[in-house]
Design a protein around this ligand. Structure first.
Ligand code: ADP
Ligand code: MG
Length: 658
């Protein structure tokens, strides 16, 4: 098929281009009309005045009032982009992409031209770009190349209430540069009314409130706690569908797997409802969902049908979905937690805070009165939920941030201007890890290794693995591994899926369909891994590491991995479980791992996840002597001694190393 280029007379459907243009224009006009109906539109002039008058402004407005999509456009229309770009940060990748796509539509320009986005490993901007939506982590990285953000006229730290680690660090950095760049405008925007805290932090910056339209929301609690919230959420959705007046449903789930499971079950159960019941359109939305499928949630629901959106926390404030009348809130989210004593990080399904529960409920009352079904008791709500979510900086591994700050020349981290400081043990732990990885020297200064590591937008252990691959002459394989690890578990890890597939096969419904979709997803993930790999290859060049392949020697590849991940070593126990070496803790090989039946004596793992047990995910066999060879400052002979001196009992079904 011939590609259609600019200036071609016909578009894909063979229509004359003039016709297409006039239709596009009217769509654009419609979008312009829509912009004027947003709550923020009434305040356009006074908002621009306030921005003109004050260098730093805190902006608060209900989700959906138009902060993210409109403010950058207003500033552009008012001429700010003549002085430099407008950057708008989002805590989430999907939000950055989706909002940029929306704004480019509203401005009638091609995404990536005047309006673009930048997320890790994906830069959709160009020379022309004046409105740049980006993840907060990407702006943080831009500081490394441009410490005064000279190319920006305005920085809008959006969704500030999310208090992600990167947002909190950005606060400290932008506050600092605002002092010596009086021409830089700083906007801190937030969906919650807890804005005084932001104002206090930014030297009593004024607060601009955008009154939202809000309709009453009826809140329902369950009478008794639900044993299985996923099932309860599905049942509640179907009950609403069958018994309640029109209006779309938004269900908050904790992650991709849960969403996929719910989708399968719902599809199956709605088939049993018969033809008298209206169509139920199921729309999943989570971070790893391919872009084309993401836009489905924004499509208007056809007459007579109902949409049910199965979303992660992303729909709490980052994305606004019109037409939602019913919200189902099981009361959980996936949250990182960190134990600064052991240095272990895990993703846990955790009860949400009251603030989150309120945001979720509010999503149902945007365009009319709504209903929120909380799948927990009123007692739970009032007595068990925390008021606010603990900011990420207080519950995460700080190694990455410490490395970035060190490479920005910020050495005194204990006195960094944190809005809420992290526990000092966590800071020390990060320094300790970076020292162990040889990224810092004894007095805490960045080493040559550390400087090279900081070039990679990856966790320090991954960066170290890459830097070490230079020595082991296997950089080619190592960046492939790093790329695959970076796209997460969307390629190998789908046990829940398989479970459901098995059920499907038995019931013999639509098997082919589901299979093809998943296959497509996998191909897409592979493409993404390929893109990431290409970028890592570029970065290798920057830090002067030669691209060398050493496929014939697995041992050197494993040694390079060990150079980054030696703190994550574990030893087999008699009962088939493992014990981590440095801070002894019982862990298991994840059932999705190729080694889960093999049970090697010593392993190194990529990460721990806590589901029913504490599992190690992405596991590689290791020779214990490597630990002492590669990290003599970290492991003493006694840590691995018994392995070297006496024979360990063999694990069941252990295969010989091949
Ligand atoms: P806020 O940032 O205040 O929560 P937004 O600027 O994100 O508000 O959204 C304003 C309006 O823009 C929403 O009500 C929605 O109708 C529309 N909108 C935002 N993003 C999209 C999108 N990707 N597709 C369609 N409509 C969108
Ligand atoms: Mg927003």
């Amino acid at each position: 098929k011939a590609s259609v280029m600019d200036g071609d007379k016909f578009d894909d459907d063979g229509e004359p281009s003039e016709l297409v243009e006039s239709r596009a224009k009217s769509a654009l006009e419609k979008l312009q009309e829509d912009r004027k109906t947003l709550p923020i539109y009434t305040y356009r002039e006074s908002l621009l005045d306030a921005i003109e008058k004050h260098q730093v402004l805190v902006i608060v407005g209900e989700t959906g009032s138009g902060k993210t999509t409109q403010i950058p456009q207003y500033l552009h229309e008012a001429g700010y982009t003549k002085r430099g770009k407008i950057g708008c940060t989002q805590p989430r990748r999907v939000a950055a992409m989706s909002v940029a796509a929306r704004v480019s539509q509203e401005m009638g320009v091609k995404l990536g031209h005047e309006v673009g986005y930048s997320i890790r490993f994906e830069d959709c901007t160009s020379e022309k770009t004046v409105l740049k939506y980006m993840t907060d982590g990407m702006l943080l990285r831009e500081f490394l190349g441009e410490p005064d953000l000279a190319s920006y006229s305005v920085v809008m730290v959006d969704e500030a209430h999310e208090r992600t680690l990167s947002t909190d660090i950005l606060f400290g950095l932008v506050k600092d540069i605002a002092r010596f760049r009086p021409d830089l405008k700083l906007l801190i925007s937030s969906a919650t009314l807890d804005a005084e805290k932001f104002s206090d932090y930014f030297d009593s910056a004024p607060i601009f409130k955008i009154p939202g339209r809000r309709y009453p929301v009826e809140i329902h609690y369950t009478k008794a706690p639900e044993a299985d919230y996923l099932d309860a959420a599905i049942v509640t959705s179907l009950q609403i569908h069958v018994t309640q007046p029109p209006g779309d449903i938004l269900v908050f789930l904790t992650g991709q797997e849960e969403i996929e499971t719910a989708e399968e079950i719902m599809k199956h159960r709605t088939r049993g409802l018969g033809t008298k019941i209206a169509e139920l359109i199921i729309c999943p939305i989570y971070a790893n969902l391919p872009t084309e499928l993401q836009s489905k949630i924004f499509e208007p629901t056809p007459e007579g049908a109902r949409k049910v959106v199965l979303a992660t926390n992303i729909a709490e404030t980052s994305l606004t979905i019109d037409g939602i009348k019913y919200v189902i809130d099981p009361g959980f989210c996936k949250m990182k937690s960190y134990n600064p004593r052991t240095g272990m990080e895990s993703l846990l399904i955790t009860p949400i805070s009251k603030a989150s529960a309120m945001q979720r409920a509010g999503r149902s009352g945007r365009t009319g009165p709504g209903k929120c079904y909380r799948l927990y008791t009123a007692y739970n709500y009032y007595n068990d939920l925390d008021d606010n979510t603990v900011p990420e900086v207080q519950r995460t591994n700080l190694a990455n941030v410490v490395l970035s700050l060190k490479s920005l020349g910020i050495h005194d981290l204990l006195h960094f201007d944190f809005m809420d400081p992290p526990p000092s043990e966590a800071l020390l732990k990060a320094l300790e890890l970076l020292f162990a990885l040889s990224a810092l020297n004894k007095v805490g200064e960045l080493t040559k290794v550390g400087r090279r590591m900081a070039e990679f937008p990856l966790d320090p252990m991954l960066s170290k693995m890459i830097v070490a691959s230079d020595k082991y002459k296997c950089s080619d394989e190592i960046i492939s591994i790093a790329a695959m690890l970076s796209i997460g578990n969307s390629i190998f890890y789908r046990p829940k899926d398989k479970q459901v597939h098995a059920d499907n096969a038995r019931l013999n419904f639509h098997m082919g369909n589901v299979g093809d979709h998943i296959a497509l997803l996998k191909v897409r993930s592979m493409k993404r891994a390929r893109d990431i790999r290409d970028q890592l290859e570029g970065l290798l060049e920057r830090v002067e590491i030669e691209l060398v392949s050493n496929m014939s020697d697995n041992e050197t590849i494993k040694k390079a991995i060990t150079s980054g991940f030696f703190p994550h070593s574990a030893k087999l126990q008699k009962n088939g479980s493992y014990r981590t070496v440095k801070h002894p803790q019982t862990v298991h090989i994840h059932p999705s791992s190729g080694l889960s039946q093999v049970l090697p004596r010593w392993v190194i793992y990529h990460e721990l996840v806590l589901t029913t047990k504490e599992y190690m995910r992405q596991v590689t066999e290791l020779k214990p002597e490597w630990l002492v060879e590669i990290a003599p400052h970290y492991y003493q002979l006694k840590d691995v001694e018994d392995a070297l001196s006496k024979k360990m009992p063999r694990g069941e079904g252990r295969a010989q190393e091949g």
